[in-house]
Each structure stands twice: as C-alpha cells, then as structure tokens.
Design a protein around this ligand. Structure first.
Ligand SMILES: *[C@@H]1O[C@H](CO)[C@@H](O)[C@H](O)[C@H]1NC(C)=O
Length: 310
C-alpha cells in the first residue's frame, strides 16, 4: 500500500527481508523441529531411540549427543527458509501491494488466492532444502553404519544429486506444494486480515503489539487449516494393505473415513503440540518481517511514516 509522497520499497528487498525473517525465526525454532522429526521417525532404525514422549527425546538427545545436536540440520533449516520463505513472502508482499488500490488492501478472497500462489511457488523452490532437512535431522535415529553423515545442507544437496540423481531433490514436491497452498492461504491471508481489522478498531497502531496479536491469530488459523491436510498425509504414508487393497484411495478418502469413524473433531487431534511448533515460527517470522520493513522504510528510504509491510 504505497501512500502519497512515500518512496516505494524495491521488490527485491521484499524477497530479501522475507527470507531473513524466516531465517531469524528458524534459529529459535530449529530444536523443536528436530525433536518433532525424531519423534515422527522414532522406531525406524535404532530401537533404543524409539521415544515415548518429546521430553524423553530431548533428554536422550542432550545426554547422548550434546546440546549442539539440537541444532543438527540448522544449515538445512536456514536454507529452507532462504528458498521457501524468501519466495513465498517476497511474492506475497509484492502481489499484495500490486493488488492494493489507493492504500486499500485487497479483499480476503484475493488475499487467500495470493497466499496460495505464493505458497505453491515457495514450496517448489524449497523442496530440495526440505529433503536435506528431513534427512539431516533424522540421521541420528539410524544405526551408525546406515547414517548419511551429510556435513551441511550444501553437502547434502551435492551428494543427493551425485548419489541418487537430481530428481530425488524434488521428491514429495507435489504433496508439499498442495500443503503449502493451504498453509499459506491461511497464514498470509489471516495475518493481513487480522492486522487490517485490529488497525480499523483504532485501539492499536501499526506496531509490534498489533503484529504480535495478528500473528497469533494467523498461527491459530494456520494450525486449524493445515492439520486435516497433515493427518491425511500421515495416514497415507503409514497405511497398510488390507486384503490386497490399500486402506485409503486418497486424501479425501482419509478425511471422510476419519470423520465417519472417529468424529469430525478428530481431524484436529494433537492441536496443542502442532500449534506449539507452528505458532512461535509464525509469530517470530511476522514480527521480524514487520520490524525489518519499518526500519528499512525509516532508515534507508527516509520515510517518516513507518509501517509494516502487510
Ligand atoms: C557415517 O559414519 C559412520 C561412523 O560414524 C559410518 O559407519 C558410516 O558408514 C558413515 N556413512 C557414510 C555414508 O559414509
């Protein structure tokens, strides 16, 4: 929303700040991500690493592998933000401004479409880093002889390309892009909408309090929207063949069966741990993005009226 007499922010800066915001958030959230990946894959490989609870996992990793092990795969986590979040936040803030007319942000439906477009594009460029990330964070679960021992994300990408072929870098790209569509429509659109609403009440200015509140709303909405997608993905990845037929024919089949057999609200089983991971990342990413954007406007462009970017 460029306002009168204000110097516009170059588009490439939107990409740079988006990526930096995601990377900053990842530095805080990486240990949570590692524990989650270890939990999801526990039982595959080393049976002594079949963790019962997250607390048990943290204790075991700290005891056996040390504090630094909590940051295993940080380089891949950062690379994932440098690709995925640079693209999705850059594209979203750029399109958001392009679709705003005379300082009026686009409607919620348009915001949701922009979020989907940004998410799909981001997921496509981010998939190689995600493959590296999952392999690096779970390496410690495998028996020593089967470990891949990637030294850092770049090494993982080069070795995967050499040892398995470049297509393996985009393994799972389609479901990742589908999920990113839902996640980003929810996350980006609900953030902009919540922020717009909070500003319109007149109680909050475009400052960190408003950004915190709007990003909490966004984190909750994103969790609610992405959990059914996640349960479909997890059940399909885990399904058995019964009487020669696969248990589920696809994502919608999973959702239908869960609703019929377990009740509608079971789609959101495990809401709290899911939110515990997604919430902080969402809040930190938006707060960093808004802070960097308003500093950029104030100190580099010299605009007096500072405001966030979305
Ligand atoms: C990784 O290191 C372990 C020893 O820690 C070794 O047994 C294993 O073969 C190595 N894996 C590869 C792919 O080099």
């Amino acid at each position: 929303m460029a306002q009168q007499g204000e110097k516009p922010m170059p588009n490439y800066i939107k990409f740079v700040l988006g990526g930096l915001a995601g990377m900053g958030a990842t530095c805080f959230v990486q240990p949570l991500d590692l524990v989650k990946n270890r939990m999801q894959l526990s039982g595959v490989g080393d049976p002594s690493k079949a963790y019962k609870t997250s607390f048990h996992a943290v204790k075991d990793i700290l005891g056996r592998e040390g504090v630094l092990a909590m940051y295993t795969g940080l380089s891949a986590g950062l690379l994932r933000q440098a690709t995925y979040t640079t693209a999705r936040l850059g594209i979203y803030t750029w399109l958001f401004e392009a679709c705003s007319k005379e300082g009026q942000p686009p409607s919620f439906a348009v915001k949701a479409v922009l979020g989907m477009v940004a998410g799909v594009a981001g997921a496509f460029v981010g998939t190689p880093a995600e493959v590296a990330l999952i392999r690096m964070t779970s390496d410690g679960n495998l028996p020593a002889a089967e470990r891949r021992n990637y030294s850092w994300a770049g090494n993982a990408l080069v070795r995967i390309t050499k040892e398995e072929g470049v297509r393996v870098l985009w393994r799972g790209a389609l479901p990742t892009m589908g999920r990113a569509m839902v996640v980003n429509a929810a996350q980006l659109a609900s953030y902009s909408q919540a922020k717009q609403f909070l500003l319109s009440t007149g109680y909050l200015g475009d400052d960190i309090k408003c950004h915190f509140a709007a990003s909490m709303v966004s984190g909750l909405m994103t969790t609610a929207a992405s959990m059914p997608v996640d349960i479909a993905k997890t059940r399909i990845q885990n399904m058995k063949i019964i009487d020669g037929k696969p248990e589920y024919s696809g994502a919608f089949d999973v959702l239908g069966k869960v609703v019929r057999n377990e009740g509608f609200f079971s789609l959101w089983k495990g809401f709290t741990p899911y939110f515990a991971r997604l919430g902080p990342h969402t809040v930190l990413t938006f707060i960093f993005l808004e802070q960097m954007t308003s500093s950029y406007r104030l100190y580099i462009l010299g605009n007096k009226e500072t405001r966030g970017s979305l």
